[in-house]
Design a protein around this ligand. Structure first.
Ligand SMILES: Nc1nc2c(ncn2[C@@H]2O[C@H](COP(=O)(O)OP(=O)(O)O)[C@@H](O)[C@H]2O)c(=O)[nH]1
Ligand SMILES: [Mg+2]
Length: 371
């Protein structure tokens, strides 16, 4: 067995706040309409926001599962196949078979603790003679996996108040923050909510442009300032504008930062403090975006961000490009933070509300019949 390297976070105490600059709202509506609105998802316990379009539960469900399955195909091909070979291939399961399952789970970035929980559960079933090779074993594995993920299935529901509901999006460079914000803008707009974006990543000109493109495509206003402006000032400004216009949801982008860079972490803390001057409870959601392809490092990022600035939800992106989708079990087990969304592609409709059942289904469905 191996352990995780734990790093100590040492966020510097944030210093004085600078005054926000004047606002430059840029409402840039443009015709898009090339792709239809994302299908709403039906998740148990997920209260849809006002005006969410209705769809027959069955078609929504199969669409949701199909998409998750496609998005998880790489993890599925490596991990699920390996596990299924063991559970379905042997006549009689024994502790050696479970050791093989354990190896497969560890290789898929499930992590030591979550793997122990899953394999421990299977071992108990085995000792009670409740684990028969074949379909039954796969179902037992499914139950153990669901038990790990169900507690973190906590959808982000935008309540009727306060307004604006502020989502601060944080994470390391390249994790998928800006893309996730673009997808969220589309999602909430489709739900009938008015959305505004704040280009809080003032580090690179390209970052502002990228956000503005998403804004234009989805007819959502973006508040931006010049490159190099104070991020906290942009966000403060945006919050004021959003409030005066009665916007429902304000989503703030931030510069990617290494969780080990304490000065940049302090800057994030400042963004939060500045927001709180306008609304003591803002941000109402601090959404940490994690790239699933970072594997165990994503877990360490999550720990550091949670410690330094507080995190209220996680979006796990780029599942479609990695075989490391098992990391979600490690994150769920180690942190227990709500998993709000999963990203399974670059398109606007490729951000899915997290469903434990759909996720585990995406990993395991079909293997019994394929064997
Ligand atoms: N395949 C795939 N690519 C993604 C996903 N989310 C983001 N990306 C891509 O990852 C890259 C970095 O994303 P970006 O949003 O700019 O990251 P940021 O630096 O955190 O803002 C871009 O090329 C995105 O298109 C996803 O779920 N799947
Ligand atoms: Mg970005």
């Amino acid at each position: 067995m191996f352990g995780f390297r734990k790093k100590k976070g040492d966020p510097d105490k944030p210093s004085a706040e600078s005054q926000p600059a004047a606002s430059q709202p840029s409402d840039a509506p443009s015709a898009d309409g090339e792709s239809p609105p994302a299908a709403p998802e039906s998740r148990p316990g997920a209260a849809p926001a006002a005006d969410a379009p209705e769809q027959p539960a069955t078609s929504t469900r199969s669409g949701l599962f199909g998409r998750m399955r496609a998005g998880l195909s790489r993890t599925r091909e490596s991990f699920s196949r390996g596990v299924a070979d063991v559970l379905l291939g042997e006549k009689q399961l024994d502790t050696t078979s479970l050791e093989e399952v354990e190896t497969q789970l560890l290789l898929a970035d499930v992590g030591v603790e979550a793997t122990q929980q899953i394999v421990g559960g299977l071992t108990e079933r085995l000792s009670r003679r409740e684990l028969e090779a074949g379909r039954g074993a796969l179902e037992a594995l499914r139950a153990e996996m669901l038990a790990l993920l169900q507690p973190v299935e906590q959808p982000l529901v935008i309540p009727p108040a306060p307004r604006p509901f502020v989502i601060l999006v944080v994470g390391v460079n390249g994790a998928g923050k800006t893309t996730t914000i673009g997808k969220l803008a589309r999602r909430y707009r489709d739900e009938g909510l008015s959305v505004m974006l704040a280009a809080g990543d003032t580090f690179r000109a390209a970052a502002v442009e990228q956000l503005q493109q998403w804004g234009e495509r989805n007819e959502v206003p973006v508040i931006a300032q010049r490159t190099g402006a104070d991020s906290a000032a942009v966000v403060f400004d945006a919050l004021q504008v959003a409030r005066s216009r009665g916007v429902d949801v304000l989503i703030a982008d931030t510069a990617g930062r290494l969780h080990t860079q304490s000065n940049l972490m302090a800057e994030l803390a400042k963004v939060k403090r500045v927001m709180a001057r306008i609304d003591a409870d803002a941000p109402h959601e601090t959404l940490l975006v994690l790239d699933a392809g970072n594997g165990q490092n994503a877990l360490s990022q999550a720990r550091q961000f949670a410690e330094a600035i507080g995190v209220t939800g996680i979006a796990l992106t780029k599942l479609d490009g990695t075989a490391r989708g098992g990391i979600i079990f490690a994150i769920a087990r180690a942190l227990g933070l709500p998993v709000r969304f999963v990203g399974v592609g670059e398109g606007a409709e490729d951000l899915r509300g997290f469903s434990a059942e759909a996720y585990v289904g995406g990993l395991l469905d079909g293997f019994d019949s394929a064997a």
